[in-house]
Design a protein around this ligand. Structure first.
Ligand code: ADE
Length: 234
């Protein structure tokens, strides 16, 4: 049991999928896992372990933003020795050719700051995905009808951004989408020698103002979960 995760050693699998929303963790566990058991309810940040295609898998909510994700990823890695961490979540598109419902596999994650800034200081560290996972996820995505992009994303500290000039620079530099967690996940995975990837579904578009209709969110989320499960166990 850690400060934020009320599990015993062995309760959590080597592979953990991390949606931001704990209720998405519950939905994904009930939809995709067999014999799912809830191991964490502390602060309502639900975590489940079950099996998928014979592989032991956990699904743990991360909360929104890098400070929250950092707490859960640190404890999963340092206290529960988790080896593979895949963020599954939504993102806002920043390029014209990235559309609502598309999937983005984040090769790199640019930031202005992250919880790791304190130790990295003046270093502009380049957080990047694990190649094995990225490659496997790309191969899985090719077998599905969902359009998939691979490239850089922006992990922002703000959802209600008062700096449109920064977003413009991201678009200008080819960044595909914005979300709020991946850069810290990739940095922690690099620090502790673990595998990490972010598989994202486009839920809104910063250039066009398009938004994914609420009734379609579940289906789009399902594609992303399956890509993550297959990539993690490939
Ligand atoms: N996640 C989904 N859409 C987002 C956006 N527009 N900004 C930051 N995070 C997001």
């Amino acid at each position: 049991m850690t400060v934020h995760i009320g599990a015993e050693p062995g309760d959590i699998a080597d592979i953990v999928l991390m949606p931001g929303d704990p209720l998405r963790a519950k939905w994904a566990a009930e939809t995709f896992l067999e014999d799912a058991v809830c191991y964490n309810k502390v602060r309502g940040m639900l975590g489940f372990t079950g099996t998928w295609n014979g592989h032991r898998i956990s699904i743990q909510g991360s909360g929104m933003g890098m400070p929250s994700l950092s707490i859960y990823a640190n404890e999963l890695i340092r206290d529960f020795d988790v080896k593979t961490l895949i963020r599954i979540g939504s993102a806002g598109a920043m390029q014209k050719d990235v559309a609502i419902r598309d999937v983005v596999l984040a090769m790199t994650a640019t930031t202005v700051s992250s919880p790791s800034r304190g130790i990295l200081k003046e270093l502009n560290f380049a957080p990047c995905a694990n190649w094995e996972l990225l490659h496997a996820a790309w191969n899985v995505a090719q077998t599905r009808s969902v359009k998939t992009h691979v490239g850089g994303i922006y992990s922002s500290d703000v959802f209600y951004d008062e700096r449109p000039d920064l977003n413009e620079q991201m678009t200008r530099h080819g960044i595909l989408a914005v979300e709020m967690e991946a850069a810290e996940l990739y940095t922690l995975a690099a620090r502790y020698g673990r595998r990490a990837l972010a598989v994202l579904t486009i839920s809104d578009h910063l250039l066009t103002g398009d938004v994914l209709p609420a009734e379609e969110r579940e289906r789009s989320f399902g594609d992303m979960v399956e890509i993550a499960l297959e990539a993690a166990t490939a």
